[in-house]
Write a protein that binds this ligand. Structure first.
Ligand SMILES: C[S@@+](CC[C@H](N)C(=O)[O-])C[C@H]1O[C@@H](n2cnc3c(N)ncnc32)[C@H](O)[C@@H]1O
Length: 297
């Protein structure tokens, strides 16, 4: 378990997730469905976006309106892949850290996304409280989560092929460190942690293996596009996107504030040539080939 009593979570270091899961167009339908949803939910412009659990940066270029983007992930190797894909530029800042202990100033970001990450988090309240802390008042947070109450799970439950109940509010761990969440529970957790859900889209509505062929992609995406709106009141899709507003009034981070020590929470933290040093607790956080490493090992 990482330091500071972080709940245990899935470590993607050394994982070939990007190729294994997304490679060779295996999930072209899901990828394009997410692109449609993001286009609909993202603000047209912004200053500084936080992409939580950015992985290999599959979605990063979709945040077109944002001047700068912080790609944050616990896995160094995922961010190295992202860096290869996006390059080293002032627009992208790469940071390894744990979502439960982020190294950022309070009220720093005017936008954030967390896509395909909540399903690895056992303590969604702690994670949402930490995300709320680093976000500005009225900023936009787009959250994707794996929906426990999806049509396939309901069918499997009703036909006796699945023992867990898709209608009950608690998280279900369907595989080790993989969790599905109930839409009402996620909504409640967002509200309790200072977010106001504004808009919900159901995503990957047609995730049916036998349909997912290259020749079907065109019509599937046309139908998906309509279903994201039409089916959203029912929330029966495997994936759900929610756009939220950070609703707790607080000052934005001032210009010179960016990092905050994730261990002692001090702002006395200074970037040096190959590390970031905290003058309060004395910790050093290495900078590895342009990637800030704030993991509390
Ligand atoms: C399924 S991948 C999704 C990556 C990317 N968002 C995408 O949609 O392509 C989940 C990512 O979340 C990261 N992750 C899981 N738990 C984390 C945590 N506690 N803090 C930071 N990142 C975490 C993993 O390292 C992994 O890269």
């Amino acid at each position: 378990m990482p330091e500071n009593n972080s709940p245990i979570f899935c470590n993607y270091d050394e994982s070939d997730y990007q190729n294994r899961f997304w490679g060779e167009g295996k999930r072209a339908y899901e990828d394009a469905s997410e692109a449609i949803a993001l286009e609909r939910l993202l603000p047209k412009s912004g200053r500084l976006m936080l992409e939580i659990g950015a992985g290999a940066g599959r979605n990063t270029l979709r945040y077109r309106g944002y001047e700068r983007i912080v790609l944050m992930d616990y896995a160094l190797t995922q961010l190295q892949q992202a860096q290869q894909r996006l390059g080293k530029s002032d627009r992208f800042i790469y940071v390894t850290a744990d979502v439960y202990h982020m190294p950022f100033a309070d009220g720093l970001f005017d936008g954030a996304t967390m896509i395909r990450v909540l399903h690895h988090l056992s303590e969604i309240h702690s994670a949402l409280a930490e995300i709320q802390r680093v976000m500005q008042y009225q900023s936009v947070f787009i959250l994707e989560f794996a929906n426990k109450r999806n049509l396939k799970a309901i069918f499997r439950y009703l036909t006796g092929k699945q023992d867990w109940n898709p209608f009950s509010p608690e998280q279900v761990e369907f595989a080790e460190l993989n969790f599905d969440n109930h839409p009402d529970t996620v909504r409640k957790a967002l509200i309790e942690n200072g977010f106001i859900p504004e808009k919900v889209l159901t995503v990957s509505n047609l995730r049916i293996e036998s349909l997912k062929k290259e020749e079907n992609l065109d019509w599937m995406l046309k139908l998906e596009s309509a279903l994201q709106y039409l089916a959203s009141p029912f929330k029966l899709s495997p994936s759900i996107f929610i756009r939220n507003r950070q609703s707790l009034e607080k000052p934005d981070a001032v210009d010179w504030e960016f990092f905050k020590c994730p261990s002692c929470h001090s702002y006395e933290i200074v970037e040096e040539s190959v590390k970031v040093h905290c003058h309060s607790c004395g910790r050093d956080y290495p900078i590895i080939d342009g990637i800030y490493d704030f993991r509390l090992k």
